[in-house]
Design a protein around this ligand. Structure first.
Ligand code: NAI
Length: 331
């Protein structure tokens, strides 16, 4: 069996982490032959709760779980990690402006970038889940200059999974038979879930989703807004935000990055090189393929006028968030 890899989850006493620890420790994320040593970071007041999570992990009696380190110290948590799930962030409280939330969270990701830079493996793969995920990932990368910027990504996989599931239900096929739906831009309400290159397998033959659905009004309207507002719909129903599905998406994202995406495109927030007219040097979600631990943006797709408007709007928001975040970091 392979030597264990160290994997950190931040926000480890929170609700996403409660599902994510199992995804990782059961082998769903890094494969059935890869043991993991889990580093669990949360803030000091949460150490008691975290102890309960550690107890439950022990009680799961998982063969791949080589050890667990609960801690409130980022430098201890990030020491020698090969993969980092940065989930921990301050939740939005009542009356809090978006700007205040951004400021509070950007500071967390600045500090964590510095700690990663100091003690993590130089090939660590970082997935930021905590919101605003794209901009937090950008800041984290900026403060970890000794780690390649390609190693910092933000999660839009939950949006992709939601989009795929909506299309499969609309067409009436199993979710696995739909692929190559794209999420462009920010993990926020300006994101663009784009079905225009998606394909569906029906009766053994592949068909464009556009033809299978054959309802342009739905695809540009209700489909897009359902995916954009799905998080809010889950909160309204569950009185808590998406956690099981967010953890599953985080695991999907990291698994594909480590083990390869095969013949499917996946969406990941990555540092933009300006592809498809996105602003450069923001963390923008693109369609990518992954192999040998590296991602590559899918090239040569046609961008319609409608898509152009959607990409520009989400790109503009990311450029603004970046300026706000950089201003906070200077303080
Ligand atoms: P939660 O509030 O249940 O857990 C967050 C945990 O982070 C808490 O235990 C808290 O103590 C901890 N934390 C706060 N500051 C920390 C720090 N500096 N270091 C380490 N831990 C810290 O929240 P939940 O539901 O687990 O969500 C976590 C984040 O994920 C939120 O920011 C949420 O908006 C985001 N999210 C992102 C999604 C995406 O698709 N990108 C989807 C769903 C949620």
């Amino acid at each position: 069996q392979a030597a264990p890899i160290k994997v950190v989850i931040t926000g480890a006493a929170g609700q996403i982490a409660y599902s994510l620890v199992y995804q990782i420790a059961s082998g769903a994320c890094f494969g059935p032959d890869q043991p993991v040593f889990l580093h669990l970071l949360d803030i000091t007041p949460m150490m008691g709760v975290l102890e309960g999570v550690v107890m439950e992990l022990a009680d799961c009696a998982l063969p791949l779980l080589a050890g667990v380190l609960p801690t409130a110290n980022p430098e201890e948590a990030f020491k020698d990690v090969a993969a980092a799930f940065l989930v921990g962030a301050m939740p939005r409280k009542e009356g809090m402006e978006r700007k205040d939330l951004l400021a509070a969270n950007v500071r967390i990701f600045k500090e964590q970038g510095q700690a990663l830079d100091k003690v993590a493996r130089k090939d660590v793969k970082v997935l930021v889940v905590g919101n605003p995920a794209n901009t937090n990932a950008l800041i984290c990368s900026k403060y970890a200059p000794s780690i390649p910027k390609e190693n910092f990504t933000a999660m839009t996989r939950l949006d992709q999974n939601r989009a795929q599931s909506q299309l499969a239900a609309k067409i009436g096929v199993p979710v696995k038979d739909v692929k190559n739906v794209i999420i462009w831009g920010n993990h926020s309400s300006t994101q663009f879930p784009d079905p225009s290159n998606a394909v569906v397998t029906i009766g053994g033959a592949q068909k464009p989703v556009l033809a299978a659905v054959n309802d342009e009004e739905y695809l540009k309207g209700a489909f897009v807004s359902t995916v954009q507002k799905r998080g809010a719909a889950v909160i309204a129903a569950r009185k808590m935000s998406s956690a099981l599905s967010a953890a599953k998406a985080a695991s999907d994202h990291m698994r594909d990055w480590f083990l390869g995406s095969g013949d499917r495109w996946v969406s990941m927030g990555v540092v933009s090189d300006g592809s498809y007219g996105a602003p450069a040097d923001v963390v923008f979600s693109f369609p990518v393929t992954t192999s040998n631990g590296k991602w590559k943006i899918v090239e040569g797709l046609t961008v319609s006028d409608f898509a152009r408007q959607m990409l520009d709007a989400t790109g503009k928001e990311l450029a603004e968030e970046k300026e706000e975040a950089l201003a906070v970091c200077k303080d």
